[in-house]
Each structure stands twice: as C-alpha cells, then as structure tokens.
Design a protein. Structure first.
Length: 345
C-alpha cells in the first residue's frame, strides 16, 4: 500500500524526555506527518525549545491535555512504566492508533511483567511487539504497538536468526550502553565523575530487559538466555556482544555459512546492515540513525559463536523504531522520515 498523499496527525504524550525529544526531531522531517500535540503536565504552556534546545524550527508548545482533547490519528506514549497502562486503554477506546514506548505492553504474559517491574498489570489490552524485522505483518494490522526496549532491540536482532535456524542452545548477552539510556533525570549513577573513565556493570543478572530478550529468543525451543548490561561513558549507543553455544550437530558451521544465514534473514530489511567478515560494528557509525549494524561473526574451537550489534539507543532503540512502526501501520514507505545515515566521527 502506498499512502504517498496521506497526512497523519500525531500526538506525543510525555514529550519532554529524551525519547519524546527524538520523536519530535525525527517527525518534524517526516513528509506525511503533522505533530498536532505534545503533552507534559510539568511543562504546560512551555515552548518546545525551552526543554529540547535543539528544536528551534518549530512553534510547538507543551500542553497538559487529556486523551479526549487530542487532535490526532496516532498517539505515541513516551510515558514511564505503569503510567502507560493507565492511559493507553482510553486512547484505544477513543480509536487512536497507539505506539507505546514503555514496557507496559511488551509481555505476552502479564505475570512476567509483574515479576520484573514490581507492580500489578491492570490492563487487558495486548500489543504487538514492535520489532519490524520480525513482526511486520502483525504490525500492519495492529492498533497497539509495544515498542521494544533499547537493550532487547540490539540483542534480539543480533541473535534471532540463530534461534530461527535452531543452531544454538544457550545465549549470553553482554551489552554496553550510553548514559542517555538512563533517561533525562540525573542521578548519582549518571553523575559525570562517576561515569567518566569507567565501565559500570549494573543489575548484573536482574535487569528487567532480560525477560524481554528471553521472551523473544527463548520462545522457539526454550533456549536459555542470560543478559548483563554495562554503563559506559558515551552519550548514545548500545554495543551488544552475543555469545551463543552451538548445538552438537551444528559444530561444523563455518563463518561464511553464518554470514549467509544473516544476509538471507535480513535481506529485505532496510535498517539492518550485515557487515563483511572481520568487520566490527561501531557505535559512532550508527549514532543518530535508525540503523542496526551486525557483524564480528566468529566461531571459536569450543563451539562458541560470537555476533555483535551496534544501535543508537534513542533512535533504533526507541524513537526511530517507533516511527518505523508508525510507517508500517500507516502504509508509508518504511524509511520515510528516517532516511539518514549515522554520524562519523
């Protein structure tokens, strides 16, 4: 479907954070989108550039608006976990298409959500898990998209073809993230002297994104998945190293065969670049873009298979992926409003 002449009116609820700012920045360049509302209770009547100083070419003003007062076709909810499940049902009842950037609708089993997020899940709605490279057909028909977390996006894209091909029995994910992943509010952890010249592992076995990764990678044959994140002194980006153990009958897999598997799986996916042998994905190459670079394909003598991915956590890991999902829902070209490459250096 080609809706080249269609215009979609878009509202962003909770637009004052980093992901909200990225949504505004990217959508202002989308030829088929009009941003009609950006909401914030805290910054009611504040011009957008007072909060997002890079956005000067806009007359947008934050408003404290209820869902029934929004002038939109589609709504992005860039709200905290727990807040979205209180807002999204009203939006769906008002017949908006919704893309939720929180974790509230990512889990097929709400008991998993309650275990990892420590709160009761009070909504009966089910969202489509919004990784376009995997769930494109479901996204086309959806009213509610659960935009994935930033860590899961990099981890799942790096490992999914292995699971789909039933090649591995165990996956260990090691991810390094920039400080913007912690959100706009400063903390002791993100205080500059504490993060600079340092690498900080945190929530070593208990990060809530582990369950999201397990859901998507372990759902075929109950493959065991482990995940450990690290905070590193960069602003943007997530570099993921996926260590997978080959099953006994796959130990003769070669690097060339491995790369071919990835090339075939992602051959029609515009935002996934499969790198050549011996190429390493770098954060600086995807910064500011909606691309995922996947490479570093190697297999050692013990049957350990290593694949790396690099994404911008605020774009491919959040707002850019949300817009990609919107494009699919609305029938626009998948790369509309996202046609730019990363910054280097």
């Amino acid at each position: 479907m080609n809706n080249g002449d269609k215009m979609t009116k878009v509202a962003i609820i909770g637009a004052s954070g980093y992901t909200g700012g990225e949504l505004i920045r990217l959508l202002l360049n989308h030829p088929h989108v009009e941003i009609t509302d950006i909401t914030s209770r805290k910054y009611d009547n504040v011009p957008v550039h007072k909060i997002h100083p890079n956005i000067r070419e806009s007359n947008l003003v934050f408003k404290d608006k209820n869902p029934e007062n929004l002038d939109a076709d589609l709504v992005f909810t860039a709200t905290p976990h727990g807040a979205s499940m209180k807002i999204v049902p009203d939006l769906i009842n008002l017949d908006f298409n919704v893309i939720d950037l929180s974790g509230d609708y990512r889990f097929r089993d709400t008991k998993v959500y309650e275990k990892w997020y420590g709160m009761e899940h009070t909504s009966d709605l089910k969202g489509v898990f919004g990784i376009p490279e995997i769930y494109k057909e479901e996204i086309k028909k959806a009213k509610l998209i659960a935009n994935p977390g930033c860590f899961p996006t990099g981890a799942i894209l790096a490992s999914y073809p292995l699971v789909k091909k039933d090649l591995v029995s165990r996956i260990i994910i090691d991810s390094k993230t920039g400080v913007s992943g912690a959100g706009v509010s400063p903390s002791e952890v993100t205080h500059y002297p504490n993060i600079a010249d340092n690498v900080n592992p945190y929530k070593i076995t208990k990060h809530r994104h582990a369950a999201e990764i397990q859901q998507e990678l372990g759902g075929f044959d109950e493959i065991k998945v482990s995940f450990t994140p690290h905070l590193v002194p960069v602003t943007r980006g997530i570099q993921t190293t996926s260590h997978s153990l080959l099953k006994e009958d796959n130990l003769d897999l070669t690097t060339d065969e491995l790369i071919k598997i990835y090339q075939d799986f992602y051959k029609n996916e515009i935002f996934v670049n499969i790198m050549d042998k011996d190429e390493i994905p770098h954060l600086r190459s995807v910064r500011g873009s909606n691309y995922a670079h996947i490479g570093g394909f190697e297999i050692d003598d013990t049957g350990r298979l290593v694949v790396l991915s690099a994404i911008d956590n605020l774009v491919k890991g959040a707002s850019g992926q949300a817009i990609h999902n919107m494009n699919i829902m609305e029938g626009f070209p998948e790369d509309e409003g996202l046609k730019f490459i990363g910054l280097n250096p």
